[in-house]
Design a binder for this molecule. Sequence first.
Ligand code: HSE
Length: 430
Amino acid sequence: MDSNKSSITLGLIGFGNVGQGVHSIVQTNQGMIQDRLGQAVHIKTICVRNIDKYKGLANGAELTTDVNDIINDPDIDIVVEVIGGETPAYDYITEALKHKKYVVTANKELIAKHKKTFFELAKQNDVDIFFEASVGGGIPIIKSFKVGYSANQIESVYGILNGTTNFILTKLFENKQEFATVLKEAQDLGFAESDPTADVSGLDAAYKIVILTAVALKLNIQIDDVFYEGIDQIQLKDIQYLDELGYRVRLIAKAKRMAEGVFAAVYPTAIPSEHPLSTVRNEFNAIYSTGNMVGESMIYGKGAGSLPTGSAVMSDILDIAFDIYTHHSRRNLETKIDPTSVLGIDQNETQFYVRLSVKDETGALEKITTAFKDANINISNIIQKERLDGHAQVVILTDVVKEKTFNALKATMLDTDVIHAIDAVIRVGL
Ligand code: HSE
């Protein structure tokens, strides 16, 4: 690579929401970027599936349908992959690294699954791969762990890492709307995918916590190590009952260093309403972490969208460009990720909120509390709510208990002749 060039030259693979965001930032902030970097940043080529669709938008960049026009072009310094998904992006990134191109990607699935391969390939080829936009949209969370918190051992990370589900949970609570209505609104606003399955199921956040476990905890876990549960079973009624108890429901992705290894999971979590993560509304994301020196801190911002995500991609480009320009290498700071034991969900320790439909008869509550006592689970709070469909609604909050212990009780709960149904179970506390 010629580091004496007058500009840093980019090739974009993909020109959707994020690609157009990057393009727009290069156009809008070109003067400022040049001042900061001492060099211009120039998009030379954009690879798309359908050239006609993007003709009016490329603004001087060459449009191509052949990715080799980017990968084989000696003039291109940085390949920016913004098509998403595993295939063909995996092949494109692999080829770009082999051709000694720096790579910037927003692709969480790919980094979560293939981080180690990419880090090694980048090292072998004396280049690097940056992926700031893969987690937290516009929030500079990767750089914060890589540089800002680098003097710390990070003990735990708790994140609201999915804007779509946070938007849905916020609107359910604030507008008392139904799940389907709110989802449609999120799609109309452009930050929920047309197929929102990965968002709603928790998979999107699971990929992101795999990446944060690598970058923050320096531990190598796989997507299959992460228990994830989505928000599609969450009902307005439980959000309201939990509010009365002083909790907000958020889809929390967590990774926590434990004596026996690491525990990583994504699930809807009731957190105290005064906790900083409870204040995160709508499509915003936040990452709350604990370092052994810095203590607790939280970073907050827009987790999705063309310009916020484009801003994160551009920050990687500028980071790399700065290294190229100054002939310095600060690369691969996050690539030492160690193997670890991973604790299964059974080992999780948490409080549980449970809503039961109960036969309205004498002694019913006693039978329920006996079942909890026999399972060795302490009840922290028990409230009888209004009747529904001829049954009393009973809400129970447990003390902290091992997930395995709770599941054993759950499996036998319906054996008591007074519990008609287990209507909701939500984990409580970080
Ligand atoms: N679909 C994601 C979200 C944004 O809703 O947060 C891209 O990671």
